[in-house]
Each structure stands twice: as structure tokens, then as C-alpha cells.
Write a protein that binds this ligand. Sequence first.
Ligand code: UDP
Length: 455
Amino acid sequence: MEGAHVLALPYPAQGHITPMLQLCKRLASKSVKVTLVIVSDKPSKPYRTQHDITVVTIWNGFREGEEPLRDLDEYMDRVERSISNHLPLLIDELKSSEFPPKSLVYDSSIPWVLDIAKSNGLYGAVLFTQPWFVTVVYYHVRKGSFCVPSRRDDHPTLASFPSLPLLSPSDLPSFLCESGSYPSLLEVVLNQLSNIEKADLVLCNTFDKLEEKVMKWMEENLWPVKNIGPTVPSLYLDKRLPGDKDYGLSLFNPKVDECLTWLDTKEPNSVVYVSFGSLVVLKDEHMHELAAGLKQTGHSFLWVVRETETDKLPRNYLQEVSEKGLVVTWSPQLQVLAHKSVGCFVTHCGWNSTLEAMSLGVPMIGMPHWTDQPTNAKFIEDVWKVGVRVKADRDGFVRREEIERCVGEIMEGVKGQEIRRSVDKWKDFAREAVSEGGSSDRNIDVLVDKFCQMK
Ligand code: UDP
């Protein structure tokens, strides 16, 4: 069968680009020609990555350096305008090439891209970068079959969804319960499902075993889906993709040597790694409490505080903790999680971070902030039992004693040992899924066949 050429378009945020890029690497390793389209404020000439992916950039409409100042609605507007203007031109240009693309894989947060694909004669495959149990909640909200409780109710009812555990308001995706918070983002997450039945394929960065019950319910009641994850670089899982040791397209600058040299000086399983991903913004008082809590644990810690957040650290903090703590603006997270000195991961429970911790066998302490993170935290603690979740007060404030308690529980307690055993089991399942003949590997084979048949 003749090979296929596929266009791939992620939503331009770190947590969305990396799963798409990793899927592209897997497709390219199975002889599919891949053109990855990145929307950026730094347009560059098309280039080829070491994994044989051609990267083409589309300008996002912001001047260099202007983008971080944007407001979210404006950013999404400009992204939409820029994709709507440039993508059809790019498809047109490629149509006259020797090997024109026949399919487009696009991120579920930009569902309107499917119309561009269809009107230009391409097949459309949508990639979800959040787990199915979150999408199923959005499905019920969208259908109107679920009434959102208020987090502030004194006696909130538990939400019951088919195939999911009972969810309290603080377990639900944040946009649903915090009325009025980010209305445009609520629209984005619900709209992911607006045209899903028209997509030719529905993909997700998860794996079958991780979401067995939800998958079964979805297969019987919704659409057929193909899970292709976890999209963690191959070196950490099946080791089949030569040179696939990191994501390779980082929007931030990781302090590789600083982190690894420091970790090398620490005892096995002794370090608490703390990171809240690329987007979470903490209030000053939350940052101060976390800073105090980490110090109070008595354990060494490696804490990622992004450049835009560093001025919220308590004064003299870095000097005070210099013996025990290393604070960096961005880490090589995979290498950190894989380091023998790391004993646990204090995380915002972003979906990529969750999959990475599970794939590398690191117990988690969930400190979710928004979007799907609270629901991910619920599964981390109660379903997969690979971590604990901090208890916050009504306003989401987490006291220093609570941070100390959770770190102690994982690093020193019996529960920590149970969690470690459980996370090791999930690590094996993750590896199995992407290894030759595993569920995600087989799904990617099906995908390749479908792409090849699309004429
Ligand atoms: N990450 C990293 N270094 C850091 C913090 C995060 O490389 O210091 C990476 C992490 O490995 C993950 C991504 O950034 O792949 C964050 O994605 P996630 O879905 O966890 O959170 P988001 O940033 O989307 O909130």
C-alpha cells in the first residue's frame, strides 16, 4: 500500500503541542510522511526534525514578545483568525506538491478546523489531550443531563455519571463549578464535542487500561475511539524510537545541567519535585504558604517557579533554603522524574504531568488548580491510587501543615509504600500499551492503515 502524508495541527500551548508531536513521531516511525503545523509568534522557514517530521509555522498575529501580555480571549481570537487564514493556503500549496496530504490530525480544542479540512478535501482526525473521564463529564453537561452544583453549597450533592466514581464539586472540572470563571474556556471545552460525530477518527492521549470502565461505556453509548498514549518519549517506555529522549519542542528554556547536577548530589528517593506546568498562576499568599510548607517538610526539594512567577517568592527565600532547595524557572521534567533521587512529585495534575509521573513510576501529591486538574487528582488518589491530594479550604487555600503532612505521608508513611507499589504497576501498564503489539501501538497501526486508505 502506498504511504500517506498527514498534516498535524496542535493547539499552540505546551501541554497540547507535545502529545501531538509525539504522535507525529510514532506515525513517522511507521513510514507516514508528517507535516506538523505550529502557530507561533516566531514564524520560521519549514525545517525537518531528526524524526523526519517537517515543521511549518503559521504566524499567530502577535509581534515577538507581545504574546505573554495577551488576554486569553484575544489570544484565542487571533489563533483562530490566523489558522483560518493560513491553513487553507498551506493545504493549497501542498496540494500541488509531489505527495499532497490527504488527512489532518487536529487538536480537540479547535474543532472548527474540521470544516477547513473537509472543505479542502482532507479527512479529519481529532486528538483529545485530556482523559476520557473528563470529556464524558463535558458530554453530560453539554447534553443538559447534568446540573452543575455550586462549590459553595453547604451540602453539595455528589455528581453521578455513568462509568465514573461519584464526584464532589471539588472533583469536577473547575469551569463547571466556579460560575462565571473563564466563560470563554468553558465554551472551548464544551465545544470540543460540537462536531465530533463528523470527525473521521477520534484519538486520545491516554491508554485503554487506564480508563477501562469509561472506555467500555463510551464504546457502547458514544463514539468509537482510538487511544494512542501515553505520549511520553520512547526512551522512557518502549525504547523503540531511536533518539526519542525528550519532546524537542519546548516553549521554555530548561535548566538541564543545574537540575541534574544538583539531583546527582542527593540520596535515592529523597527529593520532592514541585511543578505546576506551563500555565498555572499562583496568588501571592498561595506561593508564600507553599514556600513555607516545602521548607517545613525538612526534605530537599526542586521547585519550578516560572520566570513570570518568581517575584512572588518570599524575600530572601532562595538564600534561606539554599542548603535544601533548588528553585529553577523550567526543568527538564522527564529527566527529573526519571532521576533516582526524586521521591515524589507535587503536581498541578496537568494531564501530561500525570501521564509522565505514572510512566516513570513517581508517586504524586496532587495540588490541582483549574480545568481538568481536579478530576485528574480524584483519579490519581482514588482510582489508580498513585498519589494523594492536598486538602484545600473553601477558597482553595492549602496550608503549609497540609503540604508537610502529604509529603510526609508519601516519603515516610506506609501509605507511601503502597502508592509506590501501585505506581510501579501503572508504569508497567503504560509501557505495555506503547510497546509492540500493545493497545496504543495497535491503534496507531490502525491509524496508519486508515491514513493510507484515504485517497
Ligand atoms: N514541563 C517541563 N518542565 C517544567 C514544567 C513542565 O518540561 O519545569 C513539561 C511537562 O513535562 C509537561 C508539560 O510541561 O509535558 C506540562 O503539561 P501539563 O499537561 O502537565 O500541564 P499544562 O502546562 O498544560 O498546565
